[in-house]
Ligand binder design. Structure first.
Ligand code: AMP
Length: 221
């Protein structure tokens, strides 16, 4: 792995495996994994004002207002550990967020270096989301069929209970996929136009197989 700075965005529909790949990328390239979904879920769990406002929106599958998420990301990217590269997972999700990200990075003489789109067919996304489980304590993700824990319902890493995300139910999944197509997919064209978009085929492959491809894409300029 080279010393080039990597300011990476992971793009892809809900269930495409962004979080799974993000953990591997963050470890392999020593960049902080910045997940807006995780930060919002932490705010909900902590019962902050932002969390209270975001909770209902998240449970419906809609997007939290741009202003809220942009503020969260701005603060996070200003922290010391994000100065030598970062990995954004779940942000940007709208053209407005992408433009504001470009502007905030440009202010610090930075730019987005890699955008990796993880491409997965819609049928597979629905199947993955329905079987997805998450550790209530450390946040590690599992799948009941494709990546089950050693012991049913219990996290391999910390032993805490696994649960299903409240927005992984069928109705909310459908609306999250619609929101993705309408509001987030236009970012593919946005980043293609800037010459930074690379696509990893994430359909019918194991997380390790997808990571091999992601690594190749990150090693390119
Ligand atoms: P995720 O964990 O990325 O699937 O995000 C879960 C939920 O958090 C989404 O369905 C949205 O309601 C909210 N969320 C996460 N990231 C963003 C974002 N960049 N913009 C707006 N809402 C977001």
């Amino acid at each position: 792995m080279t010393e080039t700075q990597r300011n990476v965005i992971l793009l892809g529909a809900p269930g495409a495996g962004k979080g799974t790949q993000a953990v591997r990328i963050a470890a392999g390239y020593a960049v902080p994994h910045i997940s807006t979904g995780e930060m919002l879920r932490a705010a909900v769990a902590a019962g902050t004002e932002m969390g209270k406002a975001a909770q209902k929106i998240m449970e419906s599958g809609a997007l939290v207002p741009d202003e809220v998420v942009i503020g969260v990301v701005r603060d996070r990217l200003a922290q010391a550990d994000a100065q030598k590269g970062f990995l954004l997972d779940g942000f940007p999700r709208t053209i407005e967020q992408a433009e504001r990200l470009d502007a905030m990075l440009a202010d610090g003489g930075r730019l987005v270096t890699h955008v990796i789109l993880i491409d997965v067919p819609e049928d597979e996304l629905v199947e993955r989301l329905a079987g997805r489980r998450m550790c209530t304590s450390c946040g590690k993700g599992y799948h009941v069929v494709f990546d089950p824990p050693q012991s049913d319902g219990v996290c391999d890493v910390c032993g805490a209970e696994l649960h299903q995300r409240s927005d992984d139910n069928e109705a909310t999944v459908r609306s999250r996929l619609e929101v993705y197509r309408a509001q987030t997919e236009p970012l593919v064209g946005y980043y293609e136009h800037r010459g930074v978009l690379k696509t990893a085929d994430g359909g019918g492959r194991t997380p390790d197989e997808v990571f091999v491809c992601v690594e190749q894409l990150l090693e390119g300029d």
